[in-house]
Write a protein that binds this ligand. Structure first.
Ligand code: 2AM
Length: 176
C-alpha cells in the first residue's frame, strides 16, 4: 500500500512575482522578524488537505477536474501579521469573487471527501515569514503585485535534503 501524502490546493505565484516579493521583503522586514519562506515556496493556499491516501487523492483530483469557472486577476496589495500563528503575510484588500468561489468549492469537496477542514472563514494569504512571534512593523501601503490566475495546483508538501518543498502533483485550467 502506498503511503499517505501531505497535500494542499493552491495558487502558484509567477516566478518573477516571487522574486520581486522576496526582494521587497528583504528591504521591508527586519532580519530578525521571522523565518522567511523560500521564494520557491511562496503560494496562496486554497484548501489544506492534510495526510491523504492515494485513493482519496484520486477522488479529490476527479472532483477538482469537474470545477468549471473562469480565471481572475489576483492583486496582492495588503500585508499583515497573525501573532497567534506567528506568520506575516501578503493578501488582497479586496478578494476577487473567483478566488473565494474556487476556495469554497475545493474546501467543500475536501470536507465531503473526509479531509479535515478548518471551520472558520477562508483568509486568503501568502505566508512571507514563519516564527514571527513578536509584533513586526508592517510595510506601508503602496506595494502591489497583480497577475492573472488561469489555473490552480495540487501540491505535495514534503522534506527533501533537509528542506521543506512543495512539489506540484497536478494542475487544472480555469475556464468557463
Ligand atoms: P500557512 O501558509 O498559513 O501556514 C502548506 O503547508 C500550506 O498549507 C501552507 O500554506 C499552510 O498555510 C497550509 N496549512 C498547513 N497546515 C494547515 C492547517 N492545519 N490548516 C490550514 N492550512 C494549513
Amino acid at each position: 500500500m502506498s503511503e499517505a501524502k501531505r497535500l494542499f490546493f493552491a495558487i502558484e505565484l509567477p516566478e518573477a512575482t516571487r522574486e520581486e516579493i522576496v526582494r521587497w521583503r528583504a528591504e521591508n522586514f527586519p532580519q530578525d522578524a521571522g523565518r522567511p519562506v523560500a521564494a520557491a515556496n511562496l503560494h496562496l493556499t486554497l484548501a489544506f488537505l492534510g495526510e491523504v491516501s492515494a485513493q482519496k487523492q484520486q477522488a479529490l483530483e476527479t472532483l477538482a477536474g469537474r470545477i468549471r469557472q473562469p480565471g481572475f486577476t489576483l492583486r496582492l496589495d495588503d500585508a499583515g501579521q497573525w501573532l497567534r500563528s506567528r506568520v506575516a503575510w501578503l493578501g488582497c484588500r479586496q478578494s476577487p469573487r473567483g478566488l473565494i468561489q474556487l476556495a469554497e468549492m475545493l474546501r467543500a469537496q475536501a470536507s465531503r471527501s473526509g479531509c479535515w477542514q478548518s471551520p472558520g472563514p477562508f483568509h486568503p494569504h501568502v505566508t512571507l515569514l514563519r516564527d514571527a512571534g513578536q509584533a513586526v512593523a508592517i510595510p506601508p501601503p503602496g506595494f502591489q503585485w497583480s497577475f492573472p490566475v488561469t489555473e490552480f495546483v495540487l501540491y505535495e508538501s514534503h522534506f527533501a535534503g533537509g528542506r521543506l518543498r512543495y512539489t506540484p502533483v497536478n494542475r487544472w485550467t480555469l475556464s468557463t
